[in-house]
Design a binder for this molecule. Structure first.
Ligand code: HDE
Length: 697
């Protein structure tokens, strides 16, 4: 059957048609057992008499309870908490044809269906979305040459250089083994103990302490392949490549205080946002970019391209925009799709290759291995969401949940019974890049992996003042939760090798003595690393604005802004002391979206207090309303007030800013107009601009 399509502007993709074959509509027949036997009654078990003993022969009771007992599968050992979406990918032109054989990267006509799963790393499946953590950004491209999985994160670097340390870093960050505390947090002793003893973590920990670790939306964060991959062209020439996703909505984050509150108000905040954006047709979009590095240039950097704790600064190798990803369809079923999807770093198509990055090499093993347990055996690739859109033909067979019925008996190669089929394709198949390798077997790191601080310093130097402030606060928060003082001291000691001011500022907040200066800051920066330079071209699409209303609100001052938001694909919600409707000043009804007590300012990007003396009078004595505006102000969000609405700010003890538009006599981001009546065009424009700017630090 065909399910409802969210994006009717596009023809159905091959993947959609394939999934259709597996979709079931529970409305199309009556209830049966697993064996297709019609069920008489599902509310009462079979008993001897009405009050008698239950009978073992009740196969429906047994099946129903057995199936329930076995509903759970192991959650992912990391990235357990995730949210998925369908979409499509398309390159802009054929300019990558000289670099890669991968068809989906060179054919601008091809729309490649994708499934994307975003995730946090530390927490379990039911943990809150807004914790301080790395976010996964994994994409399965169902290409005409088989599946390509880009299993990316929203940081461009990783904590460790060698995959053999992965169990260590994950054990350290996960809830502690004795008491399974804390959930979804790195602010605890074992994590910082590990960090303080493993300085290669320094660069990624800087990212973790930055606002990148608390994204406002999955649609507002970058994605990075982290490792250096290869593109391999028709002639077998290899070019090193770093993969980038850049959100069209800009890179925006929560602030920490807000993130913590949201974890209580709406633990599904990012998941809900993704779902709502897609349902509303405000499809998240990302640009796909590549940094291309000829093999001959590999040695020109002061770091090793194989070291996953390093970025290639965009100022040195620009990110070349090559394509676009759009997420336009929500999954039909969480378990069937988002939970069962299995991404494997080893899933590459001809034209994309691996490198000797020792982190990548361990990943090549780990994903398939973990999925054997998680998905119950070797046949998980034929679960509908994992199936490639091209036929799968090989002589591997059997195992749990085998769902093919192979014809003919030749299940080996070579054979003559089926004329040797299925036959390998030779050089038209996937050819591993024939890199020349030689050397002694060693357990060692190269000298080129030895510098752990320079790029942490580069990141720090590239931050705007407010980003730096948040980083210092994050270190203070996290280390403030570390009970063992010597661990705090060791971290501060490392920070002196990143930047003296940073180390001093952190030390001052956590009761550690001011450290002596260790090194001079190298002074280099990479402006592309700052979120302030990552504004998108999607304006205010998908942002949420709260209108605080009550009986007596001025209709025009609500509607003009509300309609302006809708035109730009943003969302305006009317919040009132009670759900239902309010009467406007002219006596007409206005539908309320939610009662104020069911939400909080942290769930919105901006707040509007419309005109209407009677309404504002009611809001001035409403603790929810006062807290709402005061908290939005505290979180540096855009605030707008019209006419009498401006007085609510005074009552909430915000500084006075009547009649300030766009910084004119007002705090930045506060747009207030004391005159009554509908907002002027200038007012609307100033508010839209503030909303797109996100915050005013
Ligand atoms: Fe993963 N990682 N990882 N990882 N990873 C998993 O695979 C692993 C790393 C990433 O939405 C696991 O199916 C090792 C870097 C994402 O389903 C597991 C190492 C990056 C997801 C695994 C790394 C990632 C995973 C757990 C170091 C960014 C979620 C469940 C050598 C480039 C995918 C699973 C999803 C999931 C292993 C490091 C991204 C255990 C051994 C670096 C987005 O196999």
């Amino acid at each position: 059957m065909t399910t409802q399509r969210r994006d009717d502007t596009r023809p159905q993709s091959v993947k959609e048609r394939q999934l259709d074959a597996h979709r079931v509509d529970r409305r199309d027949s009556h209830m049966t057992t697993d064996q297709g036997i019609p069920v008489e009654d599902t509310d009462n078990s079979l008993k001897v008499g009405e009050r008698g003993a239950s009978l073992l022969e009740d196969f429906h009771l047994r099946e129903k309870v057995t199936r329930f007992d076995h509903e759970r599968i192991p959650e992912r050992v990391v990235h357990a908490r995730g949210s998925g979406a369908h979409g499509y990918f398309q390159v802009y032109d054929d300019s990558l044809a000289e670099y890669t054989r991968a068809e989906f990267l060179r054919d601008p006509v091809a729309e490649t269906p994708v499934f994307v799963r975003f995730s946090t790393v530390q927490g379990s499946r039911g943990s809150p979305d807004t914790v301080r953590d790395v976010r996964g950004f994994a994409t399965k491209f169902y290409t005409s040459q088989g599946n390509f999985d880009l299993v990316a994160n929203n940081f461009p670097v990783f904590f460790i250089q060698d995959g053999i340390k992965f169990p260590d870093v994950i054990h350290a960050v996960k809830p502690e083994p004795h008491n399974e505390i804390p959930t979804g947090a790195s602010a605890h002793d074992t994590f910082w103990d590990f960090v303080s003893l493993q300085p290669e973590t320094m660069h990624t920990v800087m990212w973790l302490m930055s606002d990148r670790a608390i994204p406002r939306s999955f649609a507002m964060m970058q994605g990075f392949g982290v490792h250096t991959f290869r593109l391999i062209n028709d002639d077998g020439r290899s070019t090193f490549v770093k993969f980038h996703w850049t959100p069209k909505s800009g890179v925006n984050s929560l602030v920490w205080d807000e993130a913590q509150e949201i974890a209580g108000h709406d633990p599904d905040f990012n998941r809900r946002d993704l779902w709502d954006l897609i349902e509303a047709g405000q499809f998240p979009e990302y640009e796909f970019g590549v940094q291309l590095i000829p093999e001959s240039d590999a040695d020109r950097f002061d770091f090793d391209l194989l070291d996953p704790t390093k970025i290639v600064p965009e100022e040195e190798v620009p990110v070349r925009p090559v394509g676009r990803l759009v997420l336009n369809r929500n999954p039909d079923n969480f378990f069937a799709e988002t939970e069962q999807v299995a991404f494997c770093v080893q899933n590459v198509v001809p034209g994309i290759g691996f490198t000797d990055d020792p982190l990548m090499q361990a990943r090549l093993f780990s994903y398939l291995d973990t999925q054997l347990t998680r998905l119950g055996g070797p046949n998980f690739a034929s679960i509908p969401i994992n199936r490639p859109i091209v036929p799968v033909r090989h002589t591997e067979q059997d195992g749990f949940h085998y769902d093919e019925v192979p014809l003919r008996q030749a299940n080996y190669v070579p054979n003559s019974i089926t004329d040797g089929y299925p036959k390998p394709l030779g050089e038209n198949g996937y050819v591993h890049y024939p890199e020349h390798e030689e050397g002694p077997k060693l357990r060692r790191r190269p000298e080129s992996f030895a510098d752990h601080y320079s790029q942490a310093t580069l990141f720090w130097n590239s931050m705007s003042p407010w980003e730096k402030k948040h980083i210092v606060e994050a270190y203070r928060f996290e280390l403030g939760k570390v009970a063992r003082r010597y661990i705090r001291e060791r971290v501060v000691d490392h920070l002196t090798h990143v930047d003296h001011d940073l180390a001093v500022a952190v030390a001052a907040g956590i009761g550690v003595a001011e450290p002596a200066k260790a090194v001079d800051n190298h002074g280099r920066s990479s402006p592309a690393l700052s979120q302030t330079n990552k504004t998108g071209d999607n304006g205010i699409k998908g942002r949420k604005v709260a209108f605080l209303v009550a009986d007596g609100v001025d209709r025009a001052s609500v509607m003009v802004l509300h309609e302006a938001l809708e035109r730009e694909d943003a969302v305006g919600e009317l919040l009132a002391p009670a759900d239902g409707e309010v009467r406007t000043a002219d006596g007409s009804p206005l539908a309320v979206d939610r009662a104020m007590s069911t939400v909080a300012s942290v769930l919105y990007d901006a707040v509007v207090v419309p005109d209407g003396a009677d309404a504002v009078e009611k809001l001035r004595t409403n603790a929810y309303a006062l807290h709402f505006v005061a908290e939005a102000y505290k979180h540096a969000k855009p605030l707008a007030a019209l006419g009498a609405g401006t007085t609510l700010f005074e009552t909430a003890h915000l500084p006075p800013f009547a009649n300030g538009i766009n910084g004119n006599g007002a705090a930045a981001g506060v747009i207030a107009r004391a005159e009554s009546g509908a907002p002027t065009d200038e007012f609307v424009a100033a508010f839209m601009k503030a909303l797109a700017a996100h915050r005013f630090h």
